[in-house]
Ligand binder design. Structure first.
Ligand SMILES: Nc1ncnc2c1ncn2[C@@H]1O[C@H](COP(=O)(O)OP(=O)(O)OP(=O)(O)O)[C@@H](O)[C@H]1O
Length: 260
């Protein structure tokens, strides 16, 4: 669970950065990611990540190779501490490899600076975390709207897009509820609507079903499949739960920083 905090903290920072600067100052902000359906959306080549702990190197990722194709549901499975969250952070550009390459379509994530990765993330990616994904005082509608505001989507498009995303996750009857007025599974569906509202190409989810019972987990997976079918998005998620693996297009099994 160590990286959990980092995953949440870093993404919050990026949201703050985004709120602070709405000016796309870099050329990268104008590039659009439009991969052909057969080309990988994301390619990972020989990625290693080493942390310094008490002056000693801790090798957490030890040579990861993977591809995420468009419109796929990909799962990273592995025991606690095997390195799943560390890898997910790299895929989202929240952290960079010590060695190896990460290509988000044609962008070298391993080489880009923080600003360029933040701008790419803002336009092209959505994130779902185990907890704290929602603003507690805002309704489901307002939470999704906030994500469009953060992504710089023109205000005239908000109403239609918010309604569409909440319908897509099956919450048309709960649009004006606040998080504490919703069940855990419903809250997670608001988080999904929020994460896809700005039409990301890649949705990254760290243990999105961890807090849910098996029926709610199955509902979330059905929502993911529906989103992939209708929204042109690739989803990469981590999980401990063997019962949901069968809906994945591809499962990467991680053991001690490597795929087996
Ligand atoms: N910033 C960091 N500094 C030092 N060690 C770290 C750091 N981030 C992660 N680690 C270590 O890397 C290892 C893998 O952590 P990671 O969170 O990626 O595992 P995980 O497979 O996602 O586990 P879980 O399923 O429990 O979330 C752990 O031993 C962790 O302590």
């Amino acid at each position: 669970m160590g990286m959990w905090t980092a995953f949440k903290r870093k993404s919050k920072t990026s949201e703050e950065e985004i709120a602070a600067s709405n000016e796309p100052t870099l050329e990268i902000a104008h590039r659009s990611i439009t991969p052909q359906s057969s080309e990988p959306l994301l390619t990972v080549k020989g990625v290693e990540r080493t942390f310094q702990v008490g002056g000693q190197p801790l090798h957490v990722l030890k040579g990861i190779n993977m591809e995420l194709l468009p419109n796929q549901l990909v799962m990273l499975r592995g025991r606690s501490g095997s390195g799943k969250t560390t890898l997910l952070n790299m895929l989202g550009g929240l952290d960079q490899p010590s060695k190896g390459e990460i290509w988000f379509h044609s962008l070298p994530f391993h080489d880009l600076g923080d600003n360029d990765r933040t701008l790419t993330r803002r336009k092209e990616m959505g994130f779902i975390f185990q907890a704290f994904a929602l603003m507690p005082l805002l309704s489901a509608w307002e939470n999704v709207e906030l994500s469009l505001r953060m992504a710089g989507v023109p205000k005239g498009e908000w109403k239609q897009r918010v309604a569409h995303c909440l319908r897509l996750v099956g919450l048309e009857k709960r649009m004006h509820h606040r998080p504490f007025e919703l069940s855990g599974g419903e809250q997670q569906r608001v988080a999904i609507a929020k994460a896809i509202a700005h039409r990301p190409r890649l949705l990254l989810a760290d243990e999105p079903t961890a807090e849910l019972d098996s029926q709610m987990s199955a509902q979330i997976m059905a929502v993911f499949q529906n989103i992939i079918a209708t929204e042109q998005v690739t989803i990469c998620m981590t999980t401990h739960d063997p019962t949901i693996l069968e809906v994945a297009d591809h499962v990467y099994e991680m053991v001690d920083g490597k795929f087996v």
